[in-house]
Write a protein that binds this ligand. Structure first.
Ligand SMILES: [Zn+2]
Length: 61
């Protein structure tokens, strides 16, 4: 199931807020900087909640 977060990952390297890619997701500077340096982690695996992922979650390649 695709969602806006998953769709954004298709062009993540063009995102001016993109910081780095990790094995399981992407680190992005928060669009809204209520707190200086606020960052977001976007998981490569779609799920409604983090606790829906397997405990030993790894991205299949
Ligand atoms: Zn998604």
């Amino acid at each position: 199931m695709a969602c806006k977060m998953c769709e954004n990952q298709k062009n993540i390297y063009q995102d001016p807020y993109f910081i780095m890619e990790l094995q399981t997701g992407y680190v992005i500077l928060g669009w809204f900087q209520r707190f200086k340096g606020y960052t977001v982690f976007n998981c490569k695996e779609h799920g409604p909640e983090l606790y829906d992922l397997e405990r030993n979650f790894k991205v299949s390649s």
